[in-house]
Design a protein around this ligand. Structure first.
Ligand code: CUV
Ligand code: SF4
Length: 636
């Protein structure tokens, strides 16, 4: 292949202009990126793509084809696809929930004046009450510790189902009861899936899908919901705040520290540490003007939501960030971290610092972080980053030109409150929710779509996200977003009220101007998809409807992680039609496709819809919501 041709092919795999520039720099610097590796994967394994490869026992791997329609144990394509799908859900639920578990333990470590404190005492009291802990007459830290214990029980309690299901409308809870997908303890659902997908256990596609749903429900309606709630209590409920996004946020004269991964327990401490005068002084001593923190992936989302910390980039830009040559340290904890960062970092001065025993990576600098010694650990890590500034090689630095401004930080309270022109209201009554409901019912806003999730190398980075978001807002659908979808929107000016007139339809643009919201609303990280469940529940409760009656939809245009599959599954389970821009590995089983994209609707009131053509997918979403509107208007 000719050199230019290779470069062009790689650049065509993203629509981000900064990324294109850095892909070219990577070629010059002789650094391999995901885009280069993708070229080597011209043909991907057809069995894997269809989900019909099983290696659940040592007699395999077995692969289903016309000649070999059954594995050695006799498992057919439906069993194998079903087991693989259920295991993806379990993997995703485990990741989100284990993150939530750490946050929950952290709540137990809070002390007045300590590294971790209770930032939202009122929210804590309210939540305590909900969880059955009486806040009356208790010291706030005593209460925090008690709530921590009660929440920890949600992971392993021997009896009963998730307490958080009670947030959903009663009709919805009945649907779950009827189908039997009320999740029990989080760990139990995950273990049950692992057990049932072991060789010689479950071999019925309906039962496997059922199990996958119950496990995913434990993610959405327990793990993620606890994660979000306790993160707000610990670090503050996000409020609208200005930020900037894309790799130009790296500052040529500052020590650049990028935080990448997921758990705010680490990143919040890095923020605290880097703001200390001693660290600022140290930065000056080594010849920098100061310290610039920025984020990648969901850690970036958490930080920008709560502090306006700039978004360096998304999942597909993690290698490119180091390739700018301007990053002193990439500090990571868990999830969505390319092991490739270790190799990329060897070409530059960047320190690639891993911190979690759950995600150690060969070739990284491992500096274990403990919540018990959080601030001290954070200081050690930040110091390491600052001292690395002197090793920066100016001849290797190229910070690309583009960044965009954005307004972020819309928690449930902010979205509802902003529509009601009061920020940080308590969302408790029909009055507060009325403006939101009115604009929906009148059709000024046709519907609300959660466009969320990752970047996937099977589509050009960001292309599906932007195509779908733009089409939706142009047609007066309000978009809420989390995860790397949120980064895509922020990088491209969709999170600015000022751009509403340019991108949004007349109805939506008017609402944006009137109540001061952008047409695409940043709702946080992937665990914050639980905020979407909350908002839907609030609205449905206020109207005495089921979530499935609302003119809303979910969409993951470029999903790639197991977490995303778990999210999609609990969103469907919650009664929200869910649209995927990339086909999950289930096509090898006609039954699995029939159920997931069809008959599951009879059980939960929604199903999956897949279309790998982004324009067409946007049309599908709008058609689906329009079909819901008459019924919604009638009920209203
Ligand atoms: Ni948790 S899961 S690539 S960071 S959204 Fe981004 Fe979001 Fe997917 Fe990962
Ligand atoms: Fe093959 Fe069955 Fe073993 Fe899977 S569980 S690898 S299908 S023998």
């Amino acid at each position: 292949m000719e050199k230019n041709n290779i470069l062009e092919q790689m650049q065509n795999m993203t629509i981000d202009l900064n990324s294109k520039a850095l892909i070219e720099k990577a070629e010059k610097d002789g650094v391999e990126t995901m885009y280069k590796r993708k070229l080597g994967y011209k043909v991907q394994c057809g069995f894997g793509l269809q989900g019909v490869c099983c290696r659940n026992c040592g007699m395999g791997p077995c692969r289903i084809s016309a000649k070999t329609p059954r594995g050695l144990c006799g498992a057919d394509e439906h069993t194998i696809v079903g087991r693989n799908y259920a295991r993806m859900c379990a993997g995703g639920a485990a990741a989100h929930s284990d993150h939530a578990r750490d946050i929950t333990h952290t709540l137990g470590l809070t002390t007045p004046g300590g590294a971790y404190q209770v930032a939202e005492p009122e929210k804590l009291k309210e939540f305590a009450q909900f969880m059955g802990v009486d806040p009356e007459g208790k010291d706030i830290y005593e209460l925090a510790h008690e709530v921590s214990e009660v929440c920890l029980m949600e992971f392993g309690k021997p009896h009963g189902v998730s307490k958080l299901l009670a947030r959903a409308p009663k009709v919805r809870q009945d649907i779950w009861k009827e189908y039997g997908i009320e999740p029990r303890a989080i760990d139990r659902e995950i273990a049950t899936v692992m057990h049932s997908t072991h060789i010689g256990c479950c071999a019925d596609i309906d039962a496997l899908v059922h199990m996958a749903f119950r496990c995913s429900m434990a993610d959405g309606w327990a793990g993620s919901m606890i994660g979000t709630m306790l993160s707000d209590i610990l670090f503050g409920t996000p409020k609208p705040v200005h930020t900037e996004a894309n790799l130009n946020v790296l500052d040529g004269n500052n020590v650049n520290i990028i935080l990448h991964g997921h758990e705010p327990t680490l990143s919040e401490m890095i923020v605290l540490a880097s703001e200390l005068p001693e660290m600022q002084d140290l930065a000056k001593e080594v010849g920098a003007d100061g310290i610039t923190l920025s984020g990648i992936c969901c850690t970036g989302n958490e930080l920008t939501m709560r502090h306006g910390i700039k978004i360096a980039g998304d999942f597909h830009q993690q290698e490119l960030a180091i390739i700018t040559g301007a990053v002193e340290a990439m500090i990571v904890d868990v999830q969505c971290i390319f092991p490739a960062l270790a190799e990329v970092a060897t070409h530059y001065h960047t320190k690639f610092i891993t911190t979690s025993p759950k995600a150690q990576i060969t070739g990284s600098t491992y500096m274990e972080f403990h919540e018990e010694t959080a601030l001290e650990d954070a200081k050690t890590i930040v110091r390491e980053a600052i001292l690395n500034f002197k090793n920066r090689d100016a001849s290797k630095v190229m910070v690309p030109e583009l960044k965009s401004e954005a307004m972020v930080g819309y928690a449930e309270e902010a979205i509802v409150g902003q529509l009601n022109n009061v920020v940080n209201t308590q969302i408790d009554d029909m009055n507060t929710l009325k403006p939101l409901i009115d604009v929906l019912a009148s059709g000024v806003i046709r519907g609300v779509v959660g466009v969320v999730g990752c970047n996937n190398a099977r589509t050009p980075s960001n292309y599906n996200h932007l195509t779908i978001m733009k089409e939706l807002i142009k047609n007066d659908y309000l978009v809420v977003t989390t995860g790397c979808g949120a980064s895509a929107a922020a990088k491209n000016g969709l999170m600015l009220k000022e751009n509403a007139a340019k991108y949004a339809g007349k109805g939506l643009a008017t609402v944006c101007q009137l109540v001061d919201i952008p047409p695409v609303i940043h709702l946080g990280s992937c665990v914050d998809n639980s905020r979407i469940l909350n908002i839907c529940s609030l609205v449905a409760n206020a109207l005495d409807m089921d979530i499935a009656d609302l003119p809303v939809a979910g969409c993951a245009p470029e999903w790639m992680s197991e977490k995303a599959i778990a999210i999609g599954t609990y969103v469907v389970g919650s009664g929200i039609e869910t649209f995927l821009g990339v086909m999950p590995p289930v096509t090898g089983s006609s039954r699995a496709v029939e159920i997931l994209c069809g008959s599951i609707k009879d059980k939960v009131g929604a199903c999956f819809h897949v279309n790998e053509d982004a324009e067409a997918l946007a049309q599908d979403i709008m058609a689906c919501i329009e079909a819901k509107r008459p019924h919604f208007e009638e009920l209203y």
